[in-house]
Design a protein around this ligand. Structure first.
Ligand SMILES: Cc1cc2nc3c(=O)[nH]c(=O)nc-3n(C[C@H](O)[C@H](O)[C@H](O)COP(=O)(O)OP(=O)(O)OC[C@H]3O[C@@H](n4cnc5c(N)ncnc54)[C@H](O)[C@@H]3O)c2cc1C
Length: 295
């Protein structure tokens, strides 16, 4: 029996582990893919306090080592179900704990075209506040037509020489106020009824091929921001906890509606999803779990 099982070994889950281990709790971390979570696919992180610039992999390796050195136990298994008595069933076994922290994150929707995995963090990005500065003075594309796509395009237009918006429909679905702002940006060009069909480049993105109503065209971009939505990894707990309309876990300050189950990071229903907000949630969930265990 563990004190706490943490599901998800990203920044939120590892931060929870750090706090729990330092409070002498015994902890199991279950991770289904790679330790460190989404950020390990970013070659440059420039907005994590205390580090000028660091790769996502190095940042997470540091945190992972900190957790393992404190005695954290990590198992590479996928949590498939949580029973009523806090037993977690994985693809390989069963583990029981007094409390559970869900830190399963979310995944950005991708286009599903060839070489996409290879270019994530090497030209393909999902976050202007994280990566926009790397494209100062360069030409980039944004895929999508909703509020987040257009907000990202407007921010990029302030620092990039040219911004293409690639939208699959014949109109934008963002709010009118954003459409008005677009009108005064002369370095933004919108392709409607269009989709990206391939990425070009050897190691880094050097261009994209876009299928428009007039045929295929090549755009010389160095960055492409995909803003077509996020999918939280919460399907396996959908019957156990209350989710919001986009399937993020509802919580009150990391406390879910099930006693003894806490939630941290990108899978939580909230407004901003960043490294700093994930580690903040990880801290709060751990402190709430410690309080629960000690009472
Ligand atoms: C390319 C890229 C660049 C980014 N750059 C920045 C940046 O520069 N600055 C910034 O602040 N943010 C950045 N972000 C966002 C940042 O990475 C996320 O906000 C952060 O990783 C969220 O942490 P998390 O621990 O909540 O979730 P995640 O990082 O998603 O980790 C969740 C972990 O849970 C695991 N998991 C999921 N389901 C299960 C299951 N059933 N069983 C076991 N394990 C499971 C996943 O495999 C994953 O490892 C970037 C994101 C990407 C994709």
């Amino acid at each position: 029996m563990y004190d706490v099982i943490i599901i998800g070994g990203g920044p939120a889950g590892l931060t929870s582990a750090l706090y729990l281990l330092r409070a002498d709790k015994n902890v199991l971390i279950l991770e289904k893919e790679n330790i460190g979570g989404q950020i390990t696919s970013s070659s440059k992180v420039a907005n994590y306090p205390g580090f000028g610039e660091i790769s996502g992999m190095e940042l997470m390796n540091n945190l992972y080592n900190q957790v393992v050195n404190l005695g954290g136990e990590v198992v590479l298994e996928e949590a498939l179900e949580i029973d009523d008595d806090n037993t977690v069933i994985t693809d390989c076994g069963k583990y029981k704990a007094k409390a559970i922290i869900l830190a399963v994150g979310s995944k950005n929707k991708v286009l599903g075209i060839e070489r996409e995995d290879e270019f994530v963090g090497r030209g393909i990005s999902f976050c202007v506040s994280c990566d926009g500065a790397f494209y100062q003075g360069k030409t980039v594309a944004v895929v999508g037509g909703g509020n987040s796509a257009i907000s990202e395009a407007l921010s990029l237009a302030d620092i990039c020489s040219k911004v293409y918006i690639i939208q699959k429909d014949d109109n934008l679905t963002c709010e009118e106020v954003l459409k008005e702002k677009l009108k005064v940006k002369d370095n933004i060009e919108i392709f409607y009824n269009s989709e990206v069909v391939s990425y070009l480049g050897d190691n880094d993105i050097k261009g994209i091929v876009v299928k428009t109503i007039d045929g295929e065209i090549k755009l010389d971009v160095e960055g492409i921001f995909l803003a077509i939505g996020l999918v939280p990894s919460t399907s396996f707990i959908a019957d156990l906890l209350t989710l919001d309309k986009n399937n993020y876990i509802l919580s009150d300050d990391t406390l879910t509606d099930k006693t003894g189950i806490f939630v941290a990071g990108d899978c939580r229903s909230k407004k901003y999803r960043q490294l700093t907000t994930a580690v903040s949630d990880g801290t709060v969930a751990a402190l709430n779990a410690i309080n629960y265990l000690n009472n």
